[in-house]
Design a protein. Sequence first.
Length: 165
Amino acid sequence: MLLADLASIILRLAELAFAAIVAGLTGNYLHAVRGSSTWDQSRFIYTEVVAGISILLSIIWLFPFSGSFIHWPIDLIISILWFVSFGLLVNWLDGSCGNVFDWSGIHINSNNTCSEWKANIAFCFLSAICWLASTLLGLYWVRHHRTATRAPAVSHRRRWYRSRV
């Protein structure tokens, strides 16, 4: 299962990196609009909280122990949280920067806020996919080890009505 351990480490590193990028971009926006109503910024606060939880859990589960695979239900929940965050940000953008997955006209070294928002949305989506892949890997690992550790079937059983008196 060395391949599963290696895949788990790679996925956890990607989850950590993507969550850090989203936390940085969203935190920069929240810093720029500080003083405004928190109700208006709720989707960004939600995204920041999900990114913080993801950073914490990906650091904790980065170490390749067999116990890190049994957390696949939590990985699934975090993946769902990321998909919700992705949907909230796409809904907020509402086509003002064009199609969400249209990357033409985006430049790295420009002051284009559309570039930042599309990057934020893209990394939310990538993080959701990585958490989902961790879920599937953990589910595979648990299923594989459950069948491997089962006791062999007993070839003969004593019938309940025959006693040894």
